[in-house]
Design a protein around this ligand. Structure first.
Ligand SMILES: *Cc1c(COP(=O)(O)O)cnc(C)c1O
Length: 384
């Protein structure tokens, strides 16, 4: 019911797409940089799922930046060394002295607790993008709060249906709504959901108004529409991801598989304790190295070779093709969508066969060309 208009005879079931830069005088919003009914509908729905007031932003990175800006100048910020590269790049790219950036593998709890001492913000991503390392949310939230830090959790990979970080003590949850929540690879949008007390949501709202990091109404409309089917897409993607991960284990072209749902996975028990599913993402490394991985990504047919994740279409990418990404060279990230799992396995199996031929050839001759994406102005664009 959240995000729906009141039930009045002949009233629409869905909130209308409100395109307005200004509103009749006398209300609290007045101008389109401060509020919009279509944003509010989306925010009501996502806020209800995460358990706090939600503020939508132009993108996941805009939401993240709004949280970073709450940190005093020069204060230490703890970020995962192995999480989403854009987060690290945004902090590292800030003017000198703006932040003291402390990078640490947050799945290593003792190292993480050491890094947290004296920090102002602890940024958690679990499971991490792309390596799927799992961080102990309850322990890290407690440690961070003892140190006086604010805790933000990037919940893009699990969505509120798979993990609710506010319940583990986080102060704010950040989403790249562009991924699973919107779910159809046609929206760039972000959101931050704060705990109900403490006034953080109000500060983030003010930041959005003042910096203009506002969503487009159409993006918010599409994201809300996507959110309505998230349970079904997540359930399907998760079931298929588990099956594919299981089949990839032991495949002769595959050196290792990371999926928290595998009983053999290093973080399986922790994942079971804090997540209600294991997600739609699988990461695996190829025995034949980077060129074999690139060959697999290039040889799939049904599976789309593209960056980003969380769409209805299954996506594959060799993450290390992005300069600055810390992922192992042969790691392929698979975002499992809604196709038939047998069709996906046929496609992946065929692509792995191609890789095995590349592997044999490259051991004898020169390796296949490794595709590096376009980079703007000599600097790598943060990968998705
Ligand atoms: C994509 C992504 C982001 C950035 O979100 P945008 O909507 O692309 O700005 C942040 N965190 C994670 C984990 C992501 O996958």
């Amino acid at each position: 019911m959240a995000g729906r208009p009141p039930r009045t005879p002949d009233g629409p079931l869905n909130p209308p797409l409100v395109l307005a830069s200004t509103f009749h005088a006398g209300g609290p919003v007045a101008y389109g940089r401060d509020g919009n009914d279509t944003w509010s509908a989306f925010e009501a729905a996502l806020g209800a799922l995460e358990g706090g007031p939600c503020v939508a932003f132009a993108s996941g990175m805009a939401a993240a930046s709004a949280v970073f800006e709450q940190v005093p100048v020069g204060a230490p910020v703890v970020v995962p060394s192995n999480g989403y590269y854009g987060t690290r790049a945004a902090l590292a790219g800030a003017p000198a002295g703006r932040f003291e950036v402390r990078m640490v593998d947050l799945s290593d709890t003792p190292a993480a607790l050491d890094a947290v001492a004296g920090s102002a913000l602890v940024w958690i991503e679990s499971p991490a993008n792309p390596g799927l390392e799992v961080a102990d949310l309850a322990v890290l939230c407690r440690g961070a709060h003892q140190a006086g830090a604010v805790v933000a959790v990037d919940n893009t990979f699990m969505t509120p249906l798979g993990q609710r970080p506010l319940e583990f003590g986080a102060d704010v949850v950040v989403h790249s709504v562009s991924k699973l929540i919107a779910g159809h690879s046609d929206v760039v949008l972000g959101a931050a959901v704060a705990r109900p007390d403490g006034g953080l949501a109000e500060r983030l709202h003010r930041h959005r108004s003042m910096t203009g990091a506002i969503p487009g109404p159409l993006a918010a409309y599409l994201a809300l529409r996507g959110l309505r089917t998230l349970p079904l897409r997540l359930e399907r993607g998760q079931a298929s991801a588990g099956e594919l991960a299981h089949r990839l284990v032991g495949h002769r072209e595959v050196a290792s598989v990371r999926y928290p749902g595998l009983a053999s996975d290093r973080w399986h028990e922790l994942a079971r304790a804090q997540m209600t599913g294991f997600g739609t993402m699988v990461a695996f490394e190829l025995a034949g190295g980077a060129s074999a991985a690139e060959a697999v990504a290039g040889a799939t047919d049904l599976i789309v070779h593209a960056t980003s994740l969380g769409g209805v279409e299954t996506q594959i990418e060799r993450r290390a093709r992005w300069p600055g990404e810390s992922a192992p060279p042969s790691l392929l990230r698979l975002s499992v969508g809604c196709e038939d799992v047998e069709d996906l396995w046929d496609d992946l199996g065929h692509a792995l066969e191609v890789a095995s031929r590349v592997g044999r050839r490259s051991r004898a001759a020169k390796p296949v060309r490794v595709v590096t994406p376009h980079t703007a102005g000599g600097e790598a664009d943060p990968p998705r």
